[in-house]
Design a binder for this molecule. Structure first.
Ligand SMILES: *[C@@H]1O[C@H](CO)[C@@H](O)[C@H](O)[C@H]1NC(C)=O
Ligand SMILES: *[C@@H]1O[C@H](CO)[C@@H](O)[C@H](O)[C@H]1NC(C)=O
Ligand SMILES: *[C@@H]1O[C@H](CO)[C@@H](O)[C@H](O)[C@H]1NC(C)=O
Ligand SMILES: *[C@@H]1O[C@H](CO)[C@@H](O)[C@H](O)[C@H]1NC(C)=O
Ligand SMILES: *[C@@H]1O[C@H](CO)[C@@H](O)[C@H](O)[C@H]1NC(C)=O
Ligand SMILES: *[C@@H]1O[C@H](CO)[C@@H](O)[C@H](O)[C@H]1NC(C)=O
Ligand SMILES: *[C@@H]1O[C@H](CO)[C@@H](O)[C@H](O)[C@H]1NC(C)=O
Ligand SMILES: *[C@@H]1O[C@H](CO)[C@@H](O)[C@H](O)[C@H]1NC(C)=O
Length: 302
């Protein structure tokens, strides 16, 4: 009922708004700046009205290549209209022309899709929800600034904090979830942060001697200190790992990040770079060994 009223209200005010010539020029600007796929998608999904305002705006524009990949990827090639609306809405920040100099590390901005984007500034790269963003050169007119992305940013559904992301994937992280609860770190990972968690999957815990795991599960304090060795203060997506030789863990040690091409390891343990996740309060990287302080120098098991 409420929804219906809202949508009726939207229709009414849409009709009341005079046609803005600026929309055409913004669409033209997108098209002429090499974002013709984005322009077409906005038209196709009836979303030109969102860029119809004569207000400041920031657009994170996926390249035509990104659209091509989206259409070829078996997971995303036949997205519904509603899904596309969300994906496109996520790219647009209203009422704000965010200049490169305005961007701060861990800045959160609201988007048309009601999802949030997390902006990160690292020494060499900047990211939007973990996707590298090209800040310069950008395209702009008086009101609007357009930044180029080479991929579509994902966004966590509302309420998916780091703990909840794991809790929703019990088939892979049930032991970690239990360990977090035993160590009394659930609240930290739900409401603290932003953090980066190196998340050992169930195989990682299975690789521990059974008696050791059983004992750990009965030693909240030890478990807590071990788990905090997996948590980094701040959001480090893959792009950031690639340029961070070491990261401070909450347990106060420095985790060593080694990079060889796209093979990334943390203290010698392989990071599953294709399985990274974004949570409302940070990033999650999957690993298949538990990082134990006394065993960190051992070579990765093959
Ligand atoms: C701008 O919005 C108005 C009102 O919603 C609409 O009639 C018009 O077609 C829009 N312009 C474009 C180019 O989409
Ligand atoms: C969009 O841009 C291409 C060049 O990239 C141009 O050929 C085409 O005419 C443009 N379309 C519109 C509607 O402006
Ligand atoms: C876009 O709007 C037009 C008319 O306003 C409608 O005919 C068309 O089905 C809409 N397209 C989508 C994808 O909803
Ligand atoms: C999605 O694509 C597959 C082919 O890859 C097709 O068989 C299926 O019908 C499509 N589903 C929808 C909802 O369009
Ligand atoms: C995390 O970093 C922020 C910003 O640098 C700092 O204010 C905060 O105290 C740090 N938290 C922990 C637990 O180290
Ligand atoms: C990355 O790891 C794979 C095996 O996981 C290996 O085959 C490949 O050679 C490694 N690449 C580099 C650059 O070390
Ligand atoms: C990772 O290795 C460093 C030393 O290289 C150590 O200080 C740190 O405690 C280790 N982290 C964990 C979680 O074991
Ligand atoms: C270190 O690893 C070895 C096997 O690689 C294992 O036997 C030992 O229990 C581990 N040490 C700790 C403290 O977990």
């Amino acid at each position: 009922m409420k929804l219906l009223i809202i949508s009726l209200a939207l229709c009414t005010c849409n009709m009341a708004i005079p046609i803005e010539p600026s929309t055409t020029s913004l669409l033209e600007l997108l098209n002429n700046s090499g974002f013709s796929e984005l322009k077409e998608a906005l038209v196709k999904h009836n979303m030109t009205n969102i860029i119809n305002a004569s207000e400041p705006m920031t657009i994170f524009a996926p390249s035509n290549e990104a659209f091509k990949n989206l259409k070829q990827n078996p997971w995303t090639k036949n997205m519904t209209h509603a899904m596309m609306e969300k994906l496109l809405g996520r790219l647009v920040v209203l009422r704000r022309k965010l200049l490169p100099a305005d961007v701060r590390n861990e800045m959160i901005v609201d988007t048309v899709s009601n999802e949030k984007l997390r902006l990160n500034v690292y020494p060499k790269v900047r990211t939007v929800n973990g996707i590298m963003v090209v800040m310069e050169p950008n395209v702009q007119n008086q009101q609007v600034i357009i930044y180029r992305l080479n991929r579509f940013p994902m966004a966590p559904p509302p309420g998916r904090d780091i703990f909840e992301m794991l809790n929703r994937r019990k088939e892979r992280f049930s032991t970690l979830v239990r360990a977090i609860e035993v160590a009394n770190l659930k609240d930290t990972l739900k409401t603290g942060g932003p953090y980066t968690l190196f998340a050992p999957n169930n195989e990682a815990f299975k690789a521990l001697p059974e008696a050791r795991l059983a004992k750990l599960m009965e030693s909240p304090a030890e478990l807590k200190s071990i788990l905090l060795g997996h948590v980094i203060n701040g959001t480090y997506f893959l792009g950031a790992l690639l340029e961070s030789p070491e990261l401070p863990a909450l347990s106060s040690g420095l985790n060593k990040i080694a990079v060889n091409g796209m093979n990334v390891t943390v203290n010698g343990t392989k990071v599953f770079t294709r399985e990274g996740m974004i949570a409302e309060n940070g990033a999650i990287h999957v690993i298949d060994r538990v990082l134990l302080p006394s065993n960190t120098t051992a070579p990765p098991s093959v």
